[in-house]
Unconditional design. Structure first.
Length: 95
């Protein structure tokens, strides 16, 4: 599971798609990782975001978000998490 891509003759990595986009949560709901990325990306401080499901020892996925933000000493991890939860809870993202 993961992303599909290739490395060109100059050593540059290109991501061209995903093998799996659905994250399976412990409450038996599924969520689309691309949709979560789009929602997190709406935060004005976020420059880049990548989301993936990482299987835990219970057979479900934990959501991991890799986020690159603009520098702002007041925009902490706690503030980012609060913003992410706001954007995710504001939408019906589960299937």
């Amino acid at each position: 599971m993961g992303d599909r891509g290739y490395v060109d003759e100059h050593g540059y990595l290109y991501i061209i798609g995903r093998i799996k986009e659905t994250i399976s949560l412990r409450n038996a709901k599924k969520i689309n990782s691309t949709l979560i990325e789009e929602l997190i990306g709406k935060c004005e401080k976020v420059l880049e975001v990548a989301v993936k499901g990482v299987e835990n020892n219970k057979g479900f996925d934990d959501i991991h978000a890799f986020v690159n933000t603009r520098y702002d000493k007041f925009f902490t991890r706690k503030v980012l998490r609060k913003n992410i939860l706001f954007f995710v809870r504001d939408k019906s993202v589960f299937t």
